[in-house]
Structures are given as C-alpha cells and as structure tokens.
Design a protein around this ligand. Structure first.
Ligand SMILES: NC(=O)c1ccc[n+]([C@@H]2O[C@H](COP(=O)([O-])OP(=O)(O)OC[C@H]3O[C@@H](n4cnc5c(N)ncnc54)[C@H](OP(=O)(O)O)[C@@H]3O)[C@@H](O)[C@H]2O)c1
Length: 316
C-alpha cells in the first residue's frame, strides 16, 4: 500500500510516497481503508521533528492523524463495527504508531467513531482534531449566550469551527484573520472581522468576555487589557509562561481565567459536533483537496498560510 512517509525529520523535501506492506490488525485493532484524511499543523510539526520527544527516532514514519474510511478487517477481540462500516477518527502521533496519510491504517477500535450517513468522507476527515479542539476550548468557557467572543485565527482549521460554534451558542463573534479571508469569516458567522496585519485588537477599546486564541501566540498581559471583568483566555498552543500563569491563577484565583484548550475526543464530544453538523450550525470548510500522490502539496498549502478551514488528502 502507498503511504506518505519520511525517513528523517526535516522540511517538505523529506516527504515521499513510499510502498509499505499491508497492515495486520493486532488484538483490539481494526484495519481501515482510508478514503480521506486532513492535514493539521501537528502533522508538519511531526515531520519537522518538533515533537521528537514523543515521536521518537525510528524511521520510516508515516505521517497523518485525522482520517475517515471504511472498516476492512477486524483484529482479535474486536466484534464491531462490521466490515464495510464508515468510520472516522484520530490516530495518535506517537512513537512507532502508523500515520493516517496512507491507503490503510491499523488503529485501535476505541479510536473509531461511526460516521453519520449524511457526512462525506472529506467532511468527516476535516472534523476530529480541529473540530474537537474548538468544541472543548469553548466548552470550558461556560455559557456563551450574549457574550462577546473573539476568535484569533478565525478562518484556520480550529478557528473556523470555533467561530461557527460560538455563533451557534449565541455569542457576538469577532474573528481575527488575514484581509483576504475577511469575507469567508463573515460567511462563517463572524459579526466583526479584524485584519491582524492592520489592527492589533489588544490595543483597541472593545472589551471581550472570551478570547479564543486558535493561532496560539497571544500573551496574557496584552489580552488582559481588553478583557471584561471576568474574561477568559483560551489557547490551543500554550507557551510555558501561559501554563505557569494558568496554574498560578487556579491556585490563588484572580479576575481572569486562562484555559488550556486542548483537543478532547470523548464520545459525547463527537456526538455534540455531529449534532451541530446535523442541525446545520457548523459546516466544515474544505479549502483544497489533493490526491495522495500530491500529499506534499497539501502540507505546503497549510504551511504557506491563507487557507480557510481544512486541507484534505483524498485517498481512493
Ligand atoms: N492543543 C491542541 O490539542 C491543539 C489541537 C489543534 C491545533 N492545535 C494548534 O493550534 C494551532 C492552530 O491550528 P489550526 O489547525 O487552526 O491551524 P491553521 O489551519 O494553520 O490556522 C492558523 C490560523 O492562524 C491565522 N494566523 C496567522 N498569523 C496570525 C496572526 N498574527 N494573528 C492571528 N491569526 C493569525 C492564520 O490565518 P492566515 O492563514 O489567513 O494568515 C490561520 O487562519 C496550531 O499551532 C496547532 O498545532 C492545538
């Protein structure tokens, strides 16, 4: 089978389509024939060696985390879902774990979620990491109805879900994005759009109850200037000073809250995302779709910036 592989950590040049033996499911695993996968920043960070503490130094490695496909074989101890079932999920980026940018993947049964009938493989592949991260970060902010919520990076993978979810929950939403994507941010539901190259929202006079940093580089002292009395800062990429401040605030308290908005993939989280999709309040945006043979270009598109929603690799 074909897979997007690396034989060393590095830049885009280390990626190549390699030929691998068909995977055998171990006990508790299922082999999924992958139909579509999406690219997340974690995938290019793995490729670049930024996560080598958890991804190790064994090569070749197959890249990729989010996938959607069809159950092909069941390992010992697995009785469902049946062969042919449409499933989606996330395979963890860890030492020796195979990635999802491949024709087939052996993955633990517990990582699989049945796809709703109405969902395409591309839509399902777009959801897990970005959608579940947006959902969890906003869930930790409590009631959003009537609140002023700012999404920094509002048209990216995580951000475009966060804008839609915050809007569905009744918030007034400001999206911070690049100028070329302003119209797309409005069509996702943003009431106000700020171009991050022209305006620094932390220097303005507008106050926010929640700042969701999907870009991940905001600093608390800057954001604190534009918080209401009980503002909450959610970040998907917590730097050490922010983690330290979050711990400190948990212990000693304070006016503002800092929330580490990591992905959570409990069944109830998937169910909530699927409900939002079914009712039409959330729709994954599929920016560009590449065949597996051009997977390196899918990475290049995401890394270059400017994409709206998700970049997809179609594997058929
Ligand atoms: N902790 C977790 O569990 C978790 C889960 C998912 C993601 N993450 C992390 O969260 C980050 C975002 O992920 P993603 O999938 O949303 O990535 P993405 O699709 O690349 O989106 C990043 C967004 O940030 C915007 N941006 C770039 N420069 C900016 C600036 N100076 N100010 C405001 N926005 C700016 C980009 O806009 P333009 O492209 O228009 O410039 C883009 O929309 C990544 O670092 C990722 O690793 C963490």
């Amino acid at each position: 089978m074909k897979a997007l592989q690396i034989k060393a950590y590095g830049g885009p040049e280390v990626m190549q389509i390699g030929e691998l033996p068909e995977p055998d499911p171990k006990r508790g695993q299922v082999v999924v024939a992958i139909k579509a996968a999406s690219v997340n920043p974690v995938d290019w960070k793995v490729r670049a060696g930024e996560l080598k503490l958890i991804t190790g130094r064994t090569f070749p490695k197959t890249l990729g985390s989010d996938f959607a496909g069809v159950v092909e074989r069941l390992g010992i101890g697995v009785t469902e879902p049946p062969v042919g079932a449409r499933v989606y999920g996330i395979t963890p980026v860890m030492m020796r774990k195979p990635g999802a940018h491949a024709e087939r993947l052996a993955v633990a049964r517990k990582r699989l979620r049945l796809m709703p009938d109405s969902m395409s493989f591309e839509q399902a592949a777009a959801l897990p990491i970005a959608g579940l991260t947006a959902l969890n970060g906003l869930r930790k902010c409590g009631e959003l109805h009537g609140k002023a919520v700012l999404i920094n990076g509002g048209t990216g993978g995580v951000g475009h879900f966060a804008v839609q979810i915050a809007k569905a929950r009744g918030a007034t939403v400001t999206a911070v994005c690049s100028e070329r994507n302003a119209g797309r941010a409005r069509s996702l539901g943003a009431d106000v759009v700020i171009d991050y190259r022209k305006q620094d929202f932390t220097a303005g006079s507008v106050r926010y109850d929640v700042v969701f940093d999907a870009f991940g580089h905001l600093k608390y002292p800057d954001v604190a200037r534009v918080f209401t009395d009980d503002g909450t800062l959610v970040t998907t990429l917590p730097a050490l000073p922010l983690i330290a401040r979050a711990v400190w605030q948990k212990v000693v308290g304070g006016r503002h809250r800092i929330v580490l908005g990591n992905l959570r993939d409990h069944p109830e989280d998937y169910a909530e995302l699927e409900r939002l999709l079914a009712e039409g309040s959330v729709k994954p945006v599929l920016d560009k779709i590449f065949p597996l043979a051009e997977a390196a270009q899918a990475y290049a598109a995401l890394e270059a910036g400017g994409t709206v929603g998700k970049v997809i690799i179609r594997i058929v």
